[in-house]
Each structure stands twice: as C-alpha cells, then as structure tokens.
Design a protein around this ligand. Sequence first.
Ligand code: SIN
Length: 537
Amino acid sequence: MRSNTDFLVIGSGVAGLFYALKAAEHGNVSIITKKNIKDSNTLHAQGGIASVFDLEDSFELHIRDTIEAGCGLTDKDAATLVVKNGPARIRELISLGVKFDTKPFSESENEAEFSLDLGLEGGHSRKRIVHALDMTGHELETVLSKLVKTHPRIKVFENHLALDFITDSKESHGMISCNGVIALDSTSLEIKSFLSKITVLAAGGSGSVYPYTSNPDIATGDGIAMGYRAGASVANLEFMQFHPTCMCNSDGRCFLISEAVRGEGGILKDSSGNPFMHKYSPLKDLACRDIVARAIHSELKNGEKIFLDISFKDPGFVKKRFPNLYKKCLEMGFDMTKEPIPVVPAAHYMCGGVITDRKGQTDIKRLYVIGEAACTGLHGANRLASNSLLEALVYAHEADLSACEEAEKIKAGSLLHDALERFERKNMRHAEITEVERIKTAIKDTMWNYAGIVRSDKGLAEGLKIIRGLRKQATELFDTKAINSHTAELRSIAEISEMIMTSAAMRKESRGLHFNQDHPEKDDSLKKNTILRKSCC
Ligand code: SIN
C-alpha cells in the first residue's frame, strides 16, 4: 500500500496528537502509531505540566530552575521559548476540554488559570505543576485522542511501526530530504509506504532499553534510531534520566511513584525508618532527580532498602490526591496511607535525541522532531520535573507554525518513493522468538550493569564491546528474517543502546545524569553536547 498525505505524524503521545490537531487546520494528516492510539509514554505521565501561573512565580524563576537542573548544558533560548509559551499552550489544552485540578475555594473563579491547583516537584523553586490528580497523561491522551479520532482530516493507523524514513539527497545542495516513512502493519505484516510533504517524528523515548523502567514496553527508541539511520544528528544520549521512585514487582515490572508524592511532603527513608536525603542535598527529598536517584543508589549499595513515606498525612487527602497510586500500591500489597512503600530508581526519560532548532526542524529537510525523541537543548544534562509535557506542547505548536508554511511550497507529485523491495522478505522465515528475547534481555542487562546510574571507564568500554556484538546479531536477524514487530523493535533497542553506551563512553566527566566514578567531577572544558552522526560512528 502507498498513501499520500500533507502531514505525517509518527507517534500518538501528547506531542503527536497536539501537533496533528494543529496541522489538520492546514491539510490532511496521517498518524501512524505502534499500538493503540493511547499507548504512549504520555499515558503514564503522572505529575503534570510545569508552567508559570502562580502570582508569586515568574518566567525568570522557571527559566532559572530549568537551567540549574540542566547542569550547564541547557540552551537558554530553548528554555525561554518553552517557559514563556507554556501558559498559552495550557490554556489551549483547557479550551480543547482537558480538565486540570483546580483549587477548591478559588477567589477568582472567572479566571480558570488562577484557580489551577499547582503542585511542587524536585528542583522547582515555586509551585507550578498543573495536573489532573495523579493521572495527567491519561487525561491528556483521553481528550486529545478522542478529538483526533473524530477529526475529518486526520487518519489514524494503529498497530503500524515506522521502519525507516524515505529520504533523498538530490535537492538542496546535497542536503537530505524526507518524503515520509516505510512502515510495518504489525497486524497484516504488510510493508507500507506513507509519503508526505512534512514528516513529524513524535515517537517518544527509550526507557525500555533498561530492564527496570517506568516506561511501557513500546518505548524502544525507534524514532531516534530511525533519525540516526537517515543521517540526522543526535545528541546527549548519555543523559538517560532515572526516576528515583518506582515500585518494581518480582518480575522486574516497574510502576512510577510520582515525584508529586514528595511534593506533597513524602519523605524517603532507609530500612531503619531514618530520612537520609539531608546527607546528599540541602533540598533534601526535593533535590533534582539525578541527585535523588544517585543518593538512593548509594544507600541501596550500602545494603539499605529504601521507602517513601507519606503515611503521616491525612489518609483522606492521600487517597483523593493520588487515587491511582493508592490503588496500584494496594494491588502490590502496600497501603500508602498506613505504611512507607518500597521504592527503587528506574529508567524514565531520555534527555537527548534528534537535534532540532527552535521550530523542531532537524538537519534533514521536511523532517521535524518533537517530544521525547527530540533534543531541543531544553533539558541539557538533566530534565527538570514536569518540563517534558510542556516541551512537547510548545514545540508541537512551533513546528506547526513552520511546517504549514513549508508544506505550501511542496507539490505532492514531487515526492520520491523508496524501493519497498528492500523490506520484502517473501520467502524468509520469522526469527525464533526465543532468539529475539535472548538478545533483548542480554542488551537490557548490559545497559543496566554498564550504563546505569553509576558508570566507569572500564565498565563502559566492556559494555560497549558487548553491546556491539549484540547489535550485530540484532541487525542480522532484521536483515535476514521476515520483518515483524519483534525484529524491528530489537533493531531499535540494539542501535539506541549502542548510541547511549557510545555517548556515555565519550563523556569523560560527571555532569547531571551522567555519573562516571572515574571522573566524578564536572569538567567545564568538556561542557558541550555529545553529538553522533552516522558517518562518525
Ligand atoms: C512524576 O510524576 O514524577 C513524573 C513527572 C516527570 O517525569 O516529569
């Protein structure tokens, strides 16, 4: 099948859906998404969206907090753009029907935004987290996916996995251009071509390259890997954010315990019930995530078990503020209103990604990247809590402003097709699922052991050697067996893992989320982005 559209969106988290609704004002939009429309990292976002609404707050303070969290690598212009445009994007969400929590007794009920109930999270000097209980992402996905699904100019292709961009380098002085994507319909196993004037990659993150993650299984870094394969520059993949507080069951499946719990007074305690964060930061439990995750890691290494305690608060308040967390914890055998709950850090958010400018444009023509797959410069070496949904919204808007102008100049007939034949595997067998699982598990374990919260030169060199071997095996499976979602995802996991490991090995200092025990300090002569391009690795 070959289809043609004005705007093609890959991914259906908040970035993709918000962008699609905007793009549909100017033309036809197709969204391809790996599973069901709501399946995304956004769906699991609990905390909320950081933005300046409190009269005691200011753009300057939010920009300052963002830059401080970013440990020297945040781009001030990106931070200014995102912070200053935040309130407008949140008002837009409200006008689309998204319901955020409001204060029970607001004095200014005519002005919806001033009655927003604002939460606090680590690294924020003011209350500024706009939220929908502890299910902000769920609310966003529910409202936006409904609007998208009923929009007459938007077509949604669920269970479609993007495999590669359709590119050519014939125009514009050798600059690569994007004409759409080749995708796998994972139900029929048909390989399809989606041609488009503008392609917007909003394919999310890559937490699932680690065995312990707050992300759903689908977060396999497909988008970043695809961008890299097509020749786009990617940056800062060593900055994987580990969320300090997840609850993992005996199978290793983890569930996020929102930072908002600490924002409401929750305290981290060791096995003896003693708070310990004062040993690591004057901000204690509300220090930035890199600090809290490393502190927990260090306590765990000393043989402690770590607990998050909010049981001293009014149980009615806890149940009302965190209904979903309360329920999930009960399912896992813990009543958070009565007892401290066990927590561990787990992979949560990729701060690096495909490099974009202020409009979401990459160095491939007509290819935009927004959301977690992008590296806009906002997060630097460590993302400030709840800045991710904000960044996704602001860049979806900026990308739309730029892309609609660009699309007007393109004639649909001028787009080049790719040879679908390179994906045809008519007479080939499917890979054994046990073989795919073996390679996947080996990759995840290697990533956890060598590119986890604390790294070392020797470990990264060893890890890179192992990952390269596994990546070769994954590539061979993809190239020589019938294509299905298992081999396609394995290819992404292997490629993105090699890129994360390579980037981590390149940074010979400790900064933000990247901690190398052989170089435990920041080295400002190395204060720059780690950039990978296909030709250089
Ligand atoms: C959380 O609720 O702790 C996650 C929010 C975020 O990742 O910014």
